[in-house]
Design a protein around this ligand. Structure first.
Ligand code: CO
Length: 239
């Protein structure tokens, strides 16, 4: 057991009290920020939250990067209730990711969204990490999906000598491939057999300007997927 004397022998290298205070401040700022947001909304419309609580009918599913600089609502100037959102590191759409598939299935088959947008962003740290050969830990296995995108497009990417240009081109190609990955899922293919008002898009957010670049890879039909990925209608109908 430690005695009081032993405790006093430990000299703190950092001032723990100060850290605790800073942590408390940043935490409390979130709560006071929330109250400010609520007050502002109520000032504009006293029934705002009453209406919001009735339900959601978003027309858009946003699949973006977790990066704190690319929030779906702010980037598109939309309001709560307008965009269904899924985010992960480097906006990867892996067909074995139950989280992504569950969001996609709910958005497409229950909410009946009309647009699914894969939104990458220039300067993506996840994509830059995937370009390197360093080990970062567990995340290396996630970034493998982006290395696979590199391999598919190595003939083009290998020729780019400027690092930033290479990262940003891989950001674009990653969005193209992830949008394609979505189109290959049974969820999207079956939905396309049922309705014509569902589009998959690929976007890049340029965080230097805030502007969105539409990569013009919009798809609304299984016929463009190629013979390897295009699936027949399921035996019991659509799904
Ligand atoms: Co990113």
């Amino acid at each position: 057991m430690k005695t009081e004397n032993q405790k006093q022998d430990i000299t703190p290298v950092i001032n723990i009290d100060k850290i605790k205070l800073t942590q408390k401040e940043s935490y409390n700022a979130l709560l006071s920020g929330n109250r400010e947001w609520v007050n502002k909304r109520l000032k504009d419309d006293p029934d705002y939250f009453k209406k919001l609580s009735k339900g959601q009918s978003p027309e858009v599913l946003w699949i973006g990067c977790s990066d704190s600089r690319v929030p779906a609502n702010e980037v598109t100037n939309t309001q709560p209730g307008e965009v269904f959102v899924h985010r992960n590191i480097a906006n990867v759409c892996a067909h074995s990711d139950m989280n992504m598939l569950s969001v996609l299935d709910y958005a497409v088959n229950v909410l009946k969204v009309k647009h699914v947008i894969v939104a990458g962003h220039y300067g993506c740290g996840g994509v830059a990490a995937a370009l390197s050969n360093k080990q970062f830990g567990l995340i290396d296995n996630w970034l493998r999906h982006i290395k696979d995108v590199y391999r598919l497009h190595s003939h083009e990417l290998d020729r780019i000598t400027d690092h930033e240009t290479k990262v940003n081109r891989l950001v674009e190609l990653n969005v193209v491939e992830q949008a394609y990955n979505l189109c290959k899922t049974t969820i999207i293919q079956n939905a396309w057999k049922e309705r014509t008002d569902l589009e998959v898009h690929g976007w890049i957010v340029d965080i230097n300007t805030g502007l969105v670049k539409d990569l013009k890879v919009t798809n609304n039909d299984s016929q463009n997927l190629g013979y390897v990925y295009e699936l027949d209608l399921a035996a019991n109908g659509a799904h």
